[in-house]
Design a protein around this ligand. Structure first.
Ligand code: KG4
Ligand code: ZN
Length: 338
């Protein structure tokens, strides 16, 4: 059978990325231009700046994605692009670029859901992984527990009712002065702290696989305020480690409870927070005990990248999904919707 090459384009938040993937699983290139340095100055992603930087960089990043793969546009079978969810101005840059390339090079266009991309990142390094499996998607904007029934087909078991897990990491990091991006900084600082030093709440929602992280975030803020008012010394490593432990407990408990109820023998992690070292270690231990095969992409495929979009795009393309030139950015696109 002829090889299928997909050019993936991702610009939903603060990474401009392009990648060429062969047959849905083999990454030929993974070009990423991160804007972290600029947004760090403001303590978080500034949407207007993100859009402008995407515009400045996207042509170069796509050229790099093609040249790293040793191919030209003529070799590409389809263009896959993230069209939601994400920041509308940022998404529009990728969508407009993908439409222009598809039109000029006469290639099919496939709009991809960003979360489906995160889930598909698991296919890249696990050639044998196929649906059905359970997947927990934990990123800066989303926390979902889903059954991946087939490629691109999901049953949502639970989702966050307030903050996403990554958002909680970012807010707590900011409150203790670690700055942006919070997740990796808490991960590193927590290694020096005691995860059981401070008792923070774990929200276990009755009869539900939903998540809630805003109570935990408030508890950390209240603890910090109390210390500041009473003059008690704050150990940032202990706060980071205790907060992280609370998040890890909730994320692992929920997923393992679902695995048991649905008799899932495969559990995959996805999204930026899935690169957290304490979380990966806890999942490894608990899954081994429960006899569940655990999948987690390498950190470079956990955070935003275009290889995962090309990978998801491949499966949509093979199903016959095609987008028109009227494809638009959908900032609050729901998982499973087109
Ligand atoms: O998936 P992602 O790159 O973008 C979204 O789709 O949101 O996730 C970014 C999120 C940020 O909140 C970041 O702080 C978090 O992932 N993150 C981490 C780690 N690396 C990134 N959180 C905890 N530990 C990490 N090592
Ligand atoms: Zn993402």
């Amino acid at each position: 059978m002829k090889d299928i090459l997909i050019l993936g384009i991702e610009s939903s938040c603060d990474e401009t990325a392009a990648s060429v993937v062969k047959n849905g699983r083999e990454v030929l290139s993974n070009a990423i231009s991160s804007q972290i340095d600029i947004h760090t100055l403001y303590g978080g992603v500034v949407p207007e700046i993100a859009s402008r930087k995407h515009i400045e960089r996207i042509n170069q990043v796509i050229k790099e994605g093609l040249s790293q793969a040793g191919v030209t546009l003529a070799d590409i079978d389809a263009i896959a692009v993230t069209y939601g969810p994400g920041l509308v101005g940022a998404l529009l840059v990728g969508v407009a670029e993908a439409k222009a390339i598809a039109f000029a090079a006469k290639k099919p266009l496939v709009g991809v859901h960003h979360i489906e991309g995160h889930i598909s990142a698991n296919y890249i390094e696990n050639k044998e992984l196929e649906p059905p499996f359970l997947c927990e998607i934990i990123s800066g904007g989303h926390t979902h527990l889903v059954i991946v029934k087939d490629y691109g087909e999901f049953e949502i078991l639970g989702r966050t009712r307030d903050d996403a897990a990554g958002e909680a990491f970012d807010k707590v990091a900011r409150a203790v002065g670690l700055g942006y991006p919070g997740g990796p900084k808490i991960d590193k600082t927590a290694k020096e702290g005691d995860p059981f030093a401070i008792e923070f709440p774990r929200a276990h929602l009755e009869d539900s696989y939903d998540f809630s992280f805003s109570g935990l975030k408030s508890a950390v803020l209240n603890y910090l305020n109390k210390c500041r008012m009473t003059g008690e010394e704050i150990s940032v490593p202990d706060v980071a480690a205790s907060f992280q432990q609370a998040v890890v407990d909730v994320l692992t408990d929920n997923a393992l409870r679902a695995a048991k109820e649905y008799k899932a023998d495969k559990l995959a992690l996805a999204g930026g927070v899935a690169s957290n070292s304490a979380l990966r270690a806890a999942f490894k231990e608990k899954c081994e005990k429960a006899g569940i095969a655990l999948y987690a992409p390498s950190p470079i495929y956990c955070t935003d990248n275009a290889a995962m979009i090309a990978c998801a795009g491949y499966y949509e393309y093979m199903k016959g999904v095609r987008s028109g030139y009227d494809l638009n950015a959908v900032p609050n696109l729901k998982l499973g919707e087109r």
